[in-house]
Design a protein around this ligand. Structure first.
Ligand code: 5GP
Length: 124
């Protein structure tokens, strides 16, 4: 998997595009999604160059993976999503409609989110 350093999130990490930051440290950046699908919709991205979840788990150390997901939880608490509940989504590739090729986890909450997939979730 080749990382495209011109993707939008790479530009955000370089400060070329503004973002509404929720949390940042040396490992991750968390910011509000520009097109929120729920009252809480935050994206958490590693600062390292990984195309997707699949790429991240394939390349990053266990310590880095663990640290990343600890931070996802920390961000969910910062936006106070843990009490009402939240959903994590990460899209890998075409079938999942991944639109930005830099690994990211969506944190969604702030309202009842309904079923797992929109519409009829039956496998056809
Ligand atoms: P994906 O479909 O790849 O899982 O999710 C990409 C997400 O990035 C989408 O929810 C989209 O709204 C968000 N997004 C795309 N461009 C920007 C941007 O420039 N700024 C922010 N904050 N979010 C963006």
């Amino acid at each position: 998997m080749t990382y495209d350093s011109n993707n939008i999130f790479a530009k955000i990490l370089r400060g070329e595009i503004p973002n509404k930051t929720v949390y940042e440290d040396e490992q991750v950046l968390a910011f509000h999604d520009i097109s929120a699908a729920a009252p809480v919709h935050v994206l958490v991205i590693p600062k390292g160059e990984y195309v997707s979840f699949d790429d991240f788990l394939g390349k990053a150390s266990a310590e880095t993976v663990h640290g990343f997901f600890e931070r996802v939880r920390k961000v969910a608490h910062i936006v106070e999503a843990q009490e009402g509940g939240y959903r994590l989504i990460t899209n890998h590739g075409r079938n999942a409609s991944q639109s930005v090729p830099h690994f990211h986890v969506h944190i969604l909450g702030g309202r009842a989110l309904g079923g797992l997939l929109p519409g009829d979730a039956l496998v056809r």
